[in-house]
Design a protein around this ligand. Sequence first.
Ligand code: SAM
Length: 233
Amino acid sequence: MKSPNDIARLRDEYESRKQRLAGSDLYSLFNTPNLFMIQQRQRAVLQMLKKNGFADLSNKIILEMGCGNGGVLAEYLQFGAPPKKLFGVDLLFDRLISAHQVLSSSSFVNADGQALPFPAQTFDLILQSTALSSILDSALRQAICADMLRLLTTRGLILSYDFWLNPTNSHTRGIRPAELKKLFPNCEYQFKRITLAPPITRRLATVSWGVCLFLENLKIFNTHYLAAIRPTQ
Ligand SMILES: C[S@@+](CC[C@H](N)C(=O)[O-])C[C@H]1O[C@@H](n2cnc3c(N)ncnc32)[C@H](O)[C@@H]1O
């Protein structure tokens, strides 16, 4: 289990980040580079969902592990998921309060990802978006992923979006396909390398959206992997 010290460390990190970003539009959709990154990620996610038979989300029960303030989970409303079938778990209670303000009909649980308080095989789709990379301890990562697999229905899908490289943030550790395969054993995997490196996008997107598209298609400057993970039948 996470110790109170771990939780305090995480809370301090998010608090100092909030203060650093106060008044900044870095994560606003009016910020062109951020808009580019979000739209490109959403395109890739929608393609991945469709490819795996998840284009109709109306009957799917969806969980996000490490949902933070619910920004990613809220995108699933636009993708056609009913709000009542959306669930989020996070270690930090304050972040869940913000999530609940955005998604008032959805359910949020303040829990540690390695002991998710749901019965086995509850969810059709389980998301993790940059939560695993914020967990530095390998054993904890493994325990969280084991619990995600426990909660997944037999024909369910895990969608992971995370960076493999972020040299500027020492509070995080990237995650590559080989590690994802170990964390989620006995599964089938699809990987797509996406997201043009944010420092490049921030310099170029306001000058030329098209150049960013071209560079992202090259993949060599992309910092994240989108992964679809399904238990082998
Ligand atoms: C970088 S944020 C990502 C938030 C959200 N998924 C997104 O993409 O906007 C990582 C989140 O994971 C949560 N987290 C870290 N360790 C966790 C754990 N052991 N159990 C549950 N949540 C955890 C943090 O509190 C934080 O809200």
